[in-house]
Design a protein around this ligand. Structure first.
Ligand SMILES: N[C@@H](CCC[C@H](N)C(=O)O)C(=O)O
Length: 264
């Protein structure tokens, strides 16, 4: 499945446990010798308040705390199977509520972004909206946790930036003991931006849900986005982020099924 081009291999582990090794994850996600994907996801039975537990593995086999496009795809499977109007999905990064916004469109309501330096996490106390972290033309203007760590940099012209070259230096900076997904954004208007995300462990994705939420939240704090709802245009498509009057963050965007199959 994919959400605006951010693509995943989803394994149904609800009735048969599947705990892949790092080598299996890398092999399945390999775009030349495997199925190919930005992450491997395992759906597991939910406990307590959750309808589903979602395990999210990066292509190097590391488990990521969250992935919001993946959560939208997994939610669609359950919404489609059950006909329910909403589902709750447990991830390492927190419990997320998902609902169908329109056919093949899913909205998430997620836990609040966290700006405290320990939550990102940073290696030492710093003002997360004034980190003093730079690489070439990129300055990290905000660090936060959306469940997973993000840095956001705003630039006047996204097309002029070699994102992998500079974002990789920020991602691997010693101030970030767990690394970070690095978003590079260009503000287009008070309610629209472009965004490219250099995700852990060093891949450029077509879209990133948590990156879109992070960029929107930082842009609102800095007064760069003033609307309550903004369009975030990414290489693979558009996501919409909204802050409700109660302060909840909603993420809406497309989901698509590429194919169903059976792994040997
Ligand atoms: N690589 C990330 C997790 C993936 C984020 C994602 N694409 C999204 O849509 O949120 C990490 O290591 O945190």
């Amino acid at each position: 499945m994919h959400g605006a081009g951010n693509d995943f291999v989803l394994i149904d582990g609800r009735t048969r446990r599947f705990r892949p090794s790092a080598a299996q994850i890398s092999a399945i996600c390999d775009r030349h010798f495997g199925v190919g994907g930005d992450q491997l996801l395992v759906l597991e039975p939910g406990e307590e308040a959750a309808d589903l537990r979602l395990r999210i593995y990066n292509i190097d086999g590391q488990e990521a705390e969250t992935c919001l496009n993946a959560t939208r795809c997994a939610a669609w499977i359950i919404l489609n199977e059950t006909g329910a109007s909403s589902v709750r999905i447990a991830t390492m990064g927190g419990l997320i509520k998902a609902s169908a916004a329109a056919p093949m469109q899913v909205t998430l309501r997620q836990p609040e972004p966290r700006f405290e330096w320990q939550s990102v996490p940073l290696a030492e106390p710093r003002d997360t909206l004034n980190l003093g972290l730079q690489a070439g033309p990129l300055t990290a203007q905000g660090a936060l946790s959306m469940g997973n760590p993000h840095l956001t940099c705003f630039v006047p012209d996204l097309d002029a930036i070699d994102v992998p070259r500079w974002a990789d230096q920020l991602q691997k900076h010693p101030l970030l003991p767990q690394g970070a997904n690095v978003g590079v954004a260009q503000i287009l208007s008070p309610e629209a931006m472009r965004l490219v995300v250099w995700e852990r462990p060093g891949i450029l994705t077509q879209a990133c849900g948590s990156g879109a939420c992070a960029a929107f939240t930082v842009a609102r704090r800095l007064g760069l986005i003033t609307a309550d709802r903004a369009e975030v245009a990414m290489p693979g498509g558009k996501l919409f982020v909204e802050e409700t009057p109660e302060g909840a963050l909603l993420l809406t965007g497309p989901v698509a099924v590429a194919f169903w199959g059976q792994l040997p």
